[in-house]
Design a protein around this ligand. Sequence first.
Ligand SMILES: NC(=O)c1ccc[n+]([C@@H]2O[C@H](COP(=O)([O-])OP(=O)(O)OC[C@H]3O[C@@H](n4cnc5c(N)ncnc54)[C@H](O)[C@@H]3O)[C@@H](O)[C@H]2O)c1
Length: 345
Amino acid sequence: MMKKKVAIIGGGQIAENVHVAHYKTRDELEIVAVCGVNEESVKSFAERNGIPNYYTDAAEMYSIEKPDIVSVCTPNLFHFENVMQALENDCDVFCEKPPAIKADDARVMYETAIAKGKVLAYDFHHRFADDVTILKEKVDEGMLGDIYFVKVKALRRNGIPGWGSFTNKEIQGGGPLIDLGIHMLDAALYILGYPNIKKVTAKMFQKIGNKKSEGSFGKWDPTKFGVEDSLFSHIELENGSLLQLETSFALNIKEKSEMNVEFCGDQAGAIMFPAEIYTDEKGELVSLLKRETADSDRHSKSMSAFVNRCLGKNVMLADGKQGYAIQQLVEAIYQSAEKGESVTL
Ligand SMILES: NC(=O)c1ccc[n+]([C@@H]2O[C@H](COP(=O)([O-])OP(=O)(O)OC[C@H]3O[C@@H](n4cnc5c(N)ncnc54)[C@H](O)[C@@H]3O)[C@@H](O)[C@H]2O)c1
């Protein structure tokens, strides 16, 4: 069997710990090259991971290596150009989240992938947890009834990323919304079947990132902290339901981190991690389903689904269409927070 050739664009921590780690477990694949902007760092990435070739010029990499599959693991600003280049070179593409910074770029990526007949998927890995699969099945069966209120939380008490460019608005496009909130929004929308959104209202703050300089995700420079550190939003769906989003890199809450979604239906309620469904009878809580622990191997399941699709299997992916939809939502939320008024989609 001919192995499919894989190339990595952007040799940072997610490329190494998630993408390369998974590709190496697959007999059907061989990683042929890594490409980055800094020669020394890309060379050492290749040596550490046993990758035979490294490049600082992507065009040269495509012409020599002719990969079948590309992982785009650069900072957000460079997702668009690298996904487009990979599609133009007839590769299937797995791009880190968020899809892009601008919704229009996510649209072009989606349309190009369709036109080229190539796989385009994003690493929204939380939706691959068994908890989400179980919950989605029960929601689709109607166990919760009409879901009219959803609480989406992606919060850290003090978890501003100390590496990379996560506090640089130009390179990342924003702070916790585009980095963390987008994950839980994707998982929530996936369970709800990616419904149409009517209107968003949001407010954002910069209260802690520009004052403190150290937390559970390392150290940062508060004088260069250029993104929101908290953002709160109301998202109205076309069907009349409401999503309430709370997302933060640093917020004075009791828990170190809260990454979860709560669904309230007229028949029952549910929590995503670990999956639990419950209702009330005469004032008493009645458990309908309860997992003891949440899945911890979501990332490898997300990678595995992408590779399986590239190998021709019909598996669920966070695809280009949903990537465009969530990028439109993120853009509208930022617009609302910047303008101080509601934005209609
Ligand atoms: N799915 C997840 O849970 C998850 C977790 C962390 C990061 N991410 C995403 O992964 C991406 C990278 O994050 P990271 O934590 O690995 O950051 P990182 O800073 O560790 O890695 C980024 C790498 O890209 C390289 N790079 C920068 N500009 C480039 C360009 N134009 N072309 C090629 N390479 C370039 C950098 O030199 C660096 O090696 C971001 O989009 C981030 O949102 C996703």
